[in-house]
Design a binder for this molecule. Sequence first.
Ligand SMILES: [Zn+2]
Length: 197
Amino acid sequence: MSSLHTAGRGMYAGFVPGFVVISGSMFAGKSEELIRRLKRWKRTDLGVITFKPVLDTRSENITSRNGCSLEAIEVHASAQMIEFVKETDKIIGVDEIHFFDPDLPKVLLELVRMGKLVIAAGLSTDFNGEPFENTMRAMALATEVTIEFAVCDICQSQYAVRSQLLVPSSSRILVGDKDEYSPRCIECFEPPSQTPT
Ligand SMILES: [Zn+2]
């Protein structure tokens, strides 16, 4: 090991264990921000490992809508992540946390207690504007919360924080893109559950 590393500079410079949550609506750039942060850590000697739920069918990588992507391990259950993480993995990226089972916040907190920096991204609310439990709980337990905003499709507000469902569905976990969802600010958002049919 070089004297630079043992002196505490270089290898671990800037690393602090913690729990970062990146939240917001669809099309807000959550995955893009997650990838940006993880790629910065990939330039260091610290191990970076990234997970996503099997449910998201976009690809086996984490892909942002602007075309950035990062290799990710697909897991069926949040507890599986612990099995993959090695001692040398210091940065844990997790995308689409709203799609995971309810154990997710507990598992992420356990990783933080193991000395890891967890950076997790997830949708804040479903198509009815109701908070996703995993994201809500993760945000409450986090050491840093970042909200990303989309641009409202109706009034061009820079603060779109809701995902308007454009097709008939009763599933909270409908994976979709611009044909299925539209970013809306709070004023322009119309929760389907409150709209007469
Ligand atoms: Zn609007």
